[in-house]
Write a protein that binds this ligand. Sequence first.
Ligand SMILES: Cc1cc2nc3c(=O)[nH]c(=O)nc-3n(C[C@H](O)[C@H](O)[C@H](O)COP(=O)(O)OP(=O)(O)OC[C@H]3O[C@@H](n4cnc5c(N)ncnc54)[C@H](O)[C@@H]3O)c2cc1C
Length: 489
Amino acid sequence: MGSSLQSYKSSESSPRGSNGAFSSTSSVNTPSIHPLPPLETTGPKPKSPFKVLIVGAGVGGLMMGLCLERAGIDYVILERMQQLQVPLSAIQLSANALRAVEQLGILEDVMKISKPVSMIKLRKHNMSVVGKMDATYTKERYGHYSCIVQRTEFCQILISRMPPGKVLWGHYVLEVVNGNAGVQCRCANGYVEQADILIGADGAHSAVRQNLYNNLRSKGLLPKADTESLKFKLNAIVGMTDSLDLERYPAVGGRFSEVNIVVGKDTPYTLWLSPASGNKVAWCVAGDLLTPEGSNNATFKQSEFGPEAVNAVCALVQDVEIPWGGTLGDIIALTPRDYITKLMVEEKHYKTWHHGRTVLIGEACHKFTPFSGQGAEQAILDVICLSNLLYRLNDQPSHQEFCAAFETYHNQRSPIAKSAIQASNNMSHLMNSQGLTADVKRRIIFNLPEWIMNASLDKIQVRPLLDYLPAVEDRGFKKSVNLPGNSNE
Ligand SMILES: Cc1cc2nc3c(=O)[nH]c(=O)nc-3n(C[C@H](O)[C@H](O)[C@H](O)COP(=O)(O)OP(=O)(O)OC[C@H]3O[C@@H](n4cnc5c(N)ncnc54)[C@H](O)[C@@H]3O)c2cc1C
C-alpha cells in the first residue's frame, strides 16, 4: 500500500505533457463564470465515468455521496468516527436547500425530523421582548418554511439511501496524495484508498485542506490569507435536550418552533433556544466568558473541548433565566452530557478551494458560526453545484477537465459563501455585543419593516436543482435569483 502511495507522489512531481497537462491549477485565478451547455441526458449514468473519494461523513460529505449515487458516479466515503455521532445539535435548512432535498425524494422523511420556524424573538435578560421577526411567510414566498432539523437523524436519512458499505467508518485520513493520474488517501489504520478525484468534506479542521495547503505552500502558490488560522472571538456551548415534559414546557410542543434569543446584561452571553421535533430543544450559549485556558496560544487549534470544560461552562451559565420560566440549569439537567459540546465560535472563508484533483466543500472551505443557521445549508449548496458539474464531465475526463470543473465550482460558489459569511459575521457581532449602541442596533434590526426584510432575503434565494434529476416545482411565488450555471428552473 505504501508503494502505491509513492507512485502517486511521483506522478505529481513529473507532470504530463499535452494530454491533461498539469498546467497551473491554482484556484486563485480571475473568476470567470460561463453558462453551462444544456445537458444531453439525465438520470444515473449507466456506467460510472470515474471514481470519487470523499473524506468526511458530515452533512456535506453524505449529501455529496447521495447526489453521486443518483448521478451514477462511483464514490466511497472515509469517516474517522466509528459510527454516526449522538445528536449534537440541530441544523437549519431553508428553501435554498430543501428544493434539492425534495428532488432526492427524502423531503417527507426530513420533515418528520424537522420543525418549521414561525418566529424569532429577541429578549432582554429580564425576558422583555425587544423585537420579533415573523418567519411563517417563507413557505408561501419561497416554497418552504425555514426548518430546525435534527442533525444526526438527517445524516441517518442520507446514509439510508446509499447502498451498504459506501461509508467506511473508523477511517481517519492522515495523508493525501494529489497526483496527475489520481488521488490517494492513507488512514491512521493503514488503509489506503485511491480514486480519480478527492472531495474534502472533513469539516473546519480539514486534514485534506491541510495536506493540500502544505503542498501549495511549498510551491509558493498559497495566498497569504489562507495561511492564517480560523478567526475566533467567542466560545459557545451547544446542546440538545431529551424530549421535554409538555406540561412543564408547553411552548416546545407546538407545530412551529418559536426561536428565542436572550441577550445578557452584566454577563456577556447570548442564549439561543430553538424547539426541535420530538419535543426537544436545541440550545446554544455564546460569549467571551467561556474563554478556555490556552486559547491565546497560537498553536491552540482545538475546536471542541473535553468533558471537564463542558462541566465548567455549564456551571457558569446555569443561572441564566429562560423565557419559559426557570433557568438554563433546568434545560441543562434535561440534556444528556454526551449531547453537550463546547466549541470555539470560528469563522473563515478560504480563498483556495481546489488544486489538481482535490476540491473542498462545506466547512473545509467556509466556516460559519454554529448559530448563523448557514453552515449546513451552504455545504448543501456546494454539493448541488459540484455534482451538477461532475455529471457533465465525459467518461474518463482528463486532468484538465477535472481542474476546469473545480474552477467553475469555485467561481460560482465562493462569492456567495463569502457574502453569507459576512452576513453571519455581522449578525454574530450584533447578537454578541454589549452596551447601549448594540441594544439600539438590535432593536432596529428586529423591528425593520417587512418589505426591507423581504428585499434582503429575496436577494439570497437561489434554490438550485440537481439538473440530472427530474425537476421539482418552485412553489414560492417569489422566484429564485437566476445565477449563471445554476439550474433552478
Ligand atoms: C456542535 C455543532 C453544532 C452545529 N449547529 C449548527 C446549527 O445549529 N445550524 C447550522 O446550520 N449548522 C450547525 N453546525 C454546523 C453544521 O453541522 C455544518 O456546517 C454542516 O454539517 C456542514 O459541515 P460539513 O459537512 O462541511 O462538516 P462537518 O459536519 O464538520 O463534518 C465533517 C466530517 O468529517 C469527519 N472528519 C474530520 N476529519 C477527518 C479525517 N481526517 N478523516 C476522516 N474523517 C474526518 C468528521 O468526523 C465529520 O463527520 C453545527 C456544527 C457543530 C459541530
